[in-house]
Design a protein around this ligand. Structure first.
Ligand SMILES: [Zn+2]
Length: 501
């Protein structure tokens, strides 16, 4: 049973992998490195400032996300692309199969790479193919298991596109202080991603850390997963919190929503000072997608990050919450104002657009998680509030992003300490577990904390935000040096970050 389950699981992931790489091969037919495209524009946002109480009290979490980016070398990249397109192997040819297999192998899926070559009829008589199989087998044999209990999990919030807007008026604007503490800039994110990649970090999926088996009663059990990487490579998990483009972000130099470009790829919309809207790589998702496209060995079998979503302001920049339609008497002032300036608002249209974007993100390897509907402090909340909140999440967010068994708690709160974990009688855990949640994440400053019990998986997370980067960069804290040197990445436009009170 167990074995069967594993087989099914690896087949499913192989399929996903294949789809993922196939798509890429079709567009660029690349050898290992695919080319990137378009440079990232920077810009600025305009629009009305709004405050969001929920967000303000709430952003106790942090951000972080390592793996992304590198300055795009547009001209060179374009040239390379032209060349590659010119010599693109014919679909179905052994050259095309080899290119695809090389991509799979770059993502450490040697079995899938070998299988792909062996599926090519007559591969035995093509020297390049038999040599490739030997090469894949040799590389596979070199791999060593990752120590699952020592895998760090880092996270970011939405990235600051324009630091001058986000960080202005530190003395008088509490939100600017929050931006400085909790947010990471695009420049910092890109540097961190490149440095971690250079240091051998490989992005793995949150679910790669566990192996799931279903018993004869249909109950799922969890144990440590197996991740095999070449010696010297190190695994890490990534999540992104609050990818909702809250009303409170307006005017502070963040992207305004996720959209799909003409190729159906997830990008961000950014509103410039003059009100014009540009589409580009203005947040973690498109930046990381591009980085992994350029560096297929940055990701283990196509893994991306897990995106933790609340629902109260909608998701991904779409105002998908029912309250925008029902407009209750106590509706938040931000929502009211937004509705006044968007008379064309239609809930179903908004939800359909959001779902389209979420579907495209999932197809690219991104995973979604609950962050609670109301960004609630789950540790302090009553059972009644937790239940009401969970219902709202399931009604307003789940239909857009699909079912998930991952919950990433807001405000870094949790249901129990380490190492005791969730034990029988933990009412909130039992409630969430009965609502389908099996993977739980909090925030702490530990390098890593992984707890895999028979009935759940739990991993702590580290914020790669302004607070951590700043205090590490001035030598008052040492919480990042295993990942990167903070003084190498801190944005010169970031002002000193005040201590938390
Ligand atoms: Zn949050």
């Amino acid at each position: 049973m167990e074995k069967q389950q594993n087989n099914m699981r690896s087949r499913a992931s192989r399929e996903k992998q294949k789809r993922y790489f196939r798509k890429r091969v079709v567009t660029t037919l690349g050898l290992l490195a695919v080319i990137a495209g378009v440079g990232m524009a920077a810009a600025v946002v305009a629009s009305n400032k709004k405050k969001d109480k929920e967000q303000k009290n709430g952003t106790v979490e942090t951000i972080a996300d390592p793996a992304v980016t590198e300055a795009p070398q547009q001209e060179e990249g374009q040239k390379e692309q032209d060349q590659q397109e010119a010599q693109e192997p014919e679909a179905g040819s052994w050259e095309a199969v080899l290119a695809e297999a090389n991509l799979l192998a770059a993502g450490y899926d040697y079995d899938a790479a070998i299988g792909m070559v062996q599926n090519y009829e007559g591969y035995e008589s093509v020297g390049e193919l038999t040599a490739a199989i030997e090469d894949f087998e040799a590389r596979k044999a070199e791999c060593v298991p990752v120590n699952i209990s020592e895998i760090p999990h880092v996270f970011y919030h939405s990235l600051v596109v324009d630091p001058n807007k986000a960080f202005a008026n530190q003395d008088t604007d509490p939100q600017a202080v929050g931006n400085n503490q909790w947010m990471t800039t695009i420049d910092e994110f890109n540097k961190i991603t490149q440095i971690m990649y250079d240091e051998g970090y490989v992005l793995v999926d949150l679910k790669d850390i566990a192996e799931e088996t279903v018993d004869e009663n249909g109950v799922t059990h969890y144990k440590e997963g197996t991740i095999m990487l070449p010696p010297g490579k190190k695994a890490f998990v990534l999540s992104l919190d609050d990818l909702s483009y809250y009303h409170s972000y307006d005017g502070y130099g963040y992207a305004s929503k996720m959209v799909l470009d003409e190729n159906g790829k997830p990008k961000c919309e950014y509103i410039q000072d003059d009100g014009t809207v540009v589409v580009g790589d203005y947040d973690c998702v498109p930046l990381l997608d591009k980085f992994i496209e350029e560096h297929p060995d940055a990701s283990y079998r196509g893994a991306k990050g897990t995106i933790a979503l609340t629902g109260y302001n909608g998701v991904l920049g779409y105002r998908t919450d029912i309250s925008y339609q029902t407009v209750p008497d106590d509706i938040n002032a931000d929502k009211k104002k937004w509705l006044e300036t968007h008379p064309e608002f239609d809930l179903e249209t908004e939800r359909a657009k959001a779902k389209e974007v979420a579907d495209a993100m999932k197809a690219d390897g991104w995973r979604f998680a609950s962050h609670t509907w109301g960004h609630m402090k789950v540790g302090e909340a009553s059972m009644e509030r937790l239940q009401a909140d969970t219902v709202k999440w399931k009604e307003n967010v789940e239909p857009i992003v699909g079912e998930t068994d991952v919950i990433i708690f807001a405000h870094g709160q949790d249901l129990a300490g380490w190492p005791e974990g969730y034990v029988a009688g933990n009412e909130k855990f039992e409630y969430l577990k009965s609502n389908g949640f099996n993977y739980y994440c909090n925030v702490d400053s530990a390098q890593y904390n992984v707890q895999i019990r028979d009935n759940y998986v739990r991993q702590s997370r580290r914020n790669l935000d302004g607070f951590r980067i700043y205090f590490n960069s001035i030598g008052e804290e040492d919480t990042l040096s295993d990942l990167f040197n903070a003084s190498d990445v801190i944005d010169p436009l970031r002002p000193p970050v005040p201590r938390l009170h």
